[in-house]
Design a protein around this ligand. Structure first.
Ligand SMILES: Nc1ncnc2c1ncn2[C@@H]1O[C@H](COP(=O)(O)OP(=O)(O)OP(=O)(O)O)[C@@H](O)[C@H]1O
Ligand SMILES: [Mg+2]
Length: 502
């Protein structure tokens, strides 16, 4: 029974002129499964990063088991038994799971006996209800497996207080339940205390016992989950009863073919076929949802359409013309694209919000009427309009995009891509990490794009999202289309079985 209590008292943190945290205090009891909720940019990640010593807070005291402790560096937090799973992956990609686990231990012998270590880790995995392959390089694990490995490593390192920043965003609902129920059991046995950041009310209701809500850097309150319903949690988050944007699908027949994919094969980074002779057409005014568990070729498909990966074989056509995903082709055919992990795949992290919003159009009017010189003022004006329309929380158009919270990076890229009135929209997991109001808003905009006649390829691991938005649904398994159906006739059971490869 090691689960500690943790009390954060009066935490404040400024970034330049912005108060990311303003005198926030939270008390977490031993064995709690404590949720931290708030809109994108509310200060959730900042609070837990301050607690871990990853950021230096401007003010704040920490009591661990009632005793004051000083944490100026994550190493000190680790010594005290605190561990964190970050919003981004931290395992070293070209080392194996075994190597990652062993080398992150506090005390290492001068000579490591890998046979012994391997057996110990195997024995440890015998005690955990989910495992990951020991000897594969982390780079070869699917996103869900990486996330599981991050969590398992914390348990292997015998951390007694775990902070999870959106731990289930890359897990399927079944995987999420598996991981969270294991952790829940450990909190019940008082082996662990857990603080989890999440946007998913379903998970809060199913697994958490207490909720703390932050809004614009301030504490709104801490309440038992049993006293809260979803509307109250939402209201605590946004401060008012939000009328959610709704999706109004206009009745319309699918128009002409916009995107044709014929016999496309694409290799992954280690040279295996990830997309395996795949053919698919998408028409104007139609959303085609690609369902599937992550790691079945969806990422490679999107990267090929976005010009970030070469096809081994097959043909892509847009408006009947051969398409090789060059930037001029994307502009000419009015193609917009939101890939996964936008900060890495669709942004230049060091550049400003305005520059990132202009990535598609910096050589066209108004940013550059002559295509040579860049005019900053109109670029900023465009950015200001998008920041306002998509409610991107940023100190201003000139802030570096990497300083934005996870959800606000996503919004900034969506603003750029959805505002272009394209003919073809390619989106991968558009709502990852977005708060509930933003999810409704972004989904409404995707449907709007379809209503005005855009062809939409929606790749998502969220089956509810696929079912809600799509006109037609395909399931991708092992690089192939395992099932195709009109959304109106979709059989959820059959889709689930196809996703699992049955
Ligand atoms: N390193 C940084 N430099 C400058 N500003 C930052 C930095 N980190 C965070 N911020 C700002 O602090 C605020 C809070 O960000 P934080 O990442 O804590 O939000 P969050 O609640 O985790 O949001 P999300 O749900 O989108 O992940 C945001 O406005 C963000 O832009
Ligand atoms: Mg965050």
């Amino acid at each position: 029974m090691n689960a500690p209590s943790l009390e954060l008292i009066g935490f404040s943190k400024r970034f330049g002129g912005l108060a990311a945290l303003d005198e926030v205090s939270v008390k977490i009891v031993p064995g709690a499964f404590h949720a931290l909720l708030g809109e994108n940019g509310a200060g959730k990640s900042t609070l837990v990063k301050c607690a871990m010593g990853y950021y230096a807070a401007d003010a704040g005291e920490i009591l661990l088991n009632g005793r004051q402790v000083v944490i100026n560096h994550p190493k000190q937090a680790h010594e005290l038994g605190l561990g964190m799973v970050y919003q981004h992956f931290t395992l070293v990609p070209n080392m194996t799971v075994l190597e990652n686990f062993v080398l992150s231990r506090k005390h290492l012998p001068s000579v490591i006996d890998w046979t012994v270590e391997r057996q110990r880790l195997k024995d440890f995995f015998d005690t955990t209800p989910f495992t990951v392959p020991l000897d594969l390089p982390v780079a070869d694990l699917a996103a869900g497996q990486k996330q599981k490995a991050e969590i398992l490593r914390q348990l292997y390192l015998k951390r007694t207080l775990l902070i999870l920043d959106e731990p289930t965003s890359v897990l399927t609902p079944d995987e999420a339940d598996e991981v969270l129920s294991t952790l829940k059991q450990m909190t019940r046995e008082l082996v662990l205390t857990i603080v989890t950041i999440t946007h998913k009310f379903r998970e809060v209701n199913a697994f958490c016992d207490t909720v703390t809500v932050l809004r614009r850097g301030k504490l709104v309150g801490t309440r038992p989950v049993s006293e809260l319903d979803n509307d109250t949690m939402a209201e605590m988050m946004v401060g008012r009863r939000e009328t959610r944007a709704t999706v109004e699908r206009e009745q319309r027949a699918a128009g002409k073919t916009v995107l044709q994919i014929e016999g496309l094969s694409v290799a992954n980074t280690v040279g295996q076929l990830a997309v395996d002779v795949l053919s698919l057409d998408i028409h104007a005014g139609e959303i085609v949802g690609v369902a599937g568990v992550s790691g079945n070729g969806q990422r490679e498909l999107v990267e090929t359409l976005a010009g970030q990966r070469h096809a081994e074989a097959g043909v892509m056509k847009v408006h009947g013309e051969r398409y090789t995903a060059t930037r001029p082709e994307m502009i000419r055919h009015r193609i917009a694209c939101l890939p996964e992990e936008p900060l890495r795949n669709a942004c230049v992290a060091e550049m400003s919000v305005a520059e990132n919003m202009a990535l598609r159009s910096f050589d066209q009017a108004p940013a550059s009427p002559d295509g040579v010189r860049l005019r900053r003022a109109p670029m900023r004006d465009v950015a200001r309009r998008l920041i306002e329309a998509y409610r991107v929380k940023t100190p201003g158009p000139d802030a570096p995009i990497k300083a934005l919270s996870g959800g606000n990076v996503q919004r900034a890229v969506l603003a750029r891509e959805l505002s272009s009135e394209g003919d073809l929209l390619i989106v991968a997991n558009p709502c990852f990490g977005l708060d509930f109001a933003a999810v409704a808003e972004i989904r409404a905009r995707i449907v709007q794009a379809r209503n005005r006649g855009a062809a939409v390829l929606l790749v998502s691991e969220d089956l509810d999202e696929i079912l809600q938005l799509s006109d037609r649904i395909v399931v991708m398994f092992d690089g192939k289309l395992a099932l195709q159906t009109q959304a109106a006739q979709a059989d959820v059971g059959a889709i689930g079985r196809a996703m699992a490869g049955h």
